[in-house]
Design a protein around this ligand. Structure first.
Ligand code: DNO
Ligand code: MN
Length: 348
């Protein structure tokens, strides 16, 4: 297992020098943020990013995410040019030493939350999702969501939602298949492993289809192109937001097949109605048994990348919700502790 940390580039208030000081940290997960979605990331930009990360004593082997343009998910005629650009992005990432690319296939919204700073009893704040509040939103009247209001102008969002009316789950699967058949051979050729992030949360929202929600969806994904390059980002917190998902069994099944290339490890506290908040990483603070999940990774001989995914905001830290330094660092250390314990005393 190789422990990594997400970093948003020079504008990130969390510095590479601080990340380097987290025990056991070996790598950075990042992306090129100033190229429009669908366009090619210049190799020079990737090289500069890699050199900066390496100067800080860390590795740059995981990209999260290369965004998938909506026209690809919608299956529009423009997709062929956009897919060619995506293929070029895979090649360019490989050229600077990237081994794994995380991506997703969620229409319109990636992660969805109703609150960015829900206060917990200990005074920390965290991201949360209130199912009743989401149920009240009528997409026809416009959607206002924290974290997304700056991403779309209201009329743009309306037009996009309108286009998705003709794309049901079946159509989205067909569009994914078309995309995978084009990109996986390129990834294979240049030695990159593609790693699909699950839907977050793993259920349809606002009438939009979502197809990466559970074990069966992942089994179907990896069957579309039977290649180690067609793999998974197994996000415990996203999948765990549906209590019917067993994250541990998914790690065992897909880990044994060598298809998990990237693990996002975080815990969520889930209510019966599907509401949830992101808890500390500890098992007893959330709904997931993190020790069981770590043991499953260990038992399958996992040698891919992990990151602690999100954390709460603690100790007065401000910045991008979910992506502060402190709680993610605590998460990494906790996960390293579980890994050490299981590797010394917990062999299957
Ligand atoms: C949520 C986060 C996501 C993730 C992207 C991957 O669990 O990990 O924001 O970064 O969805 O494409
Ligand atoms: Mn995740």
């Amino acid at each position: 297992m190789k422990m990594t940390f997400r970093w948003y580039g020079e504008s990130d208030p969390v510095t590479l020098e601080n990340i380097r000081q987290i025990p056991g940290m070996v790598g950075i997960v990042s992306a090129i943020y100033d190229v429009p979605v669908g366009e090619v990331w210049p190799v020079e930009k990737l090289q500069a990013l890699r050199d900066r990360i390496e100067r800080a004593g860390l590795k740059f082997e995981v990209v999260e995410s290369v965004p998938t343009h909506e026209d690809i998910k919608l299956g529009k005629p423009s997709r062929d040019r956009l897919i060619a650009n995506f293929q070029q992005n895979i090649r360019n990432c490989a050229a600077v030493g990237v081994k794994v690319i995380c991506y997703n296939f969620m229409p319109v919204f990636d992660w969805t939350r109703t609150e960015m700073a829900k206060e917990l009893p200990d005074g920390s704040t965290t991201l949360s999702f209130d199912a009743a509040e989401v149920a009240k939103i009528d997409p026809e009247k416009g959607i206002s969501l924290p974290g997304w209001d700056a991403s779309y102008k209201p009329e743009e969002l309306k037009a996009l939602l309108e286009e998705y009316k003709s794309v049901d789950e079946q159509k989205l699967w067909a569009n994914l298949e078309y995309f995978l058949k084009a990109i996986i051979p390129v990834a294979e050729e240049v030695g990159v492993k593609m790693a699909m992030h699950p839907d977050d949360p793993p259920r349809p929202i606002f009438g939009l289809p979502r197809i990466m929600k559970n074990r069966d969806d992942y089994a179907r994904l990896i069957g579309i192109v039977d290649s180690p390059s067609n793999g998974i980002t197994l996000c415990s917190g996203s999948l765990g937001a549906d209590l019917c998902n067993s994250v541990e069994s998914m790690v065992r099944e897909f880990g044994a097949k060598g298809r998990i290339h990237f693990g996002h490890l975080r815990n969520v506290k889930v209510e019966a109605d599907g509401s949830f908040y992101e808890s500390t990483h500890r098992s007893c603070d959330g709904s997931l048994d993190m020790a069981a999940i770590v043991k499953a990774y260990y038992d399958t001989g996992f040698d891919g990348y992990w990151r602690p995914d999100h954390g709460r905001m603690i100790w007065g830290e401000t910045g991008k919700p979910g992506y502060g330094l402190y709680d993610r660092a605590l998460g990494a250390v906790y996960l390293n502790g579980l890994w050490e314990a299981v590797s010394k005393y917990g062999r299957a």
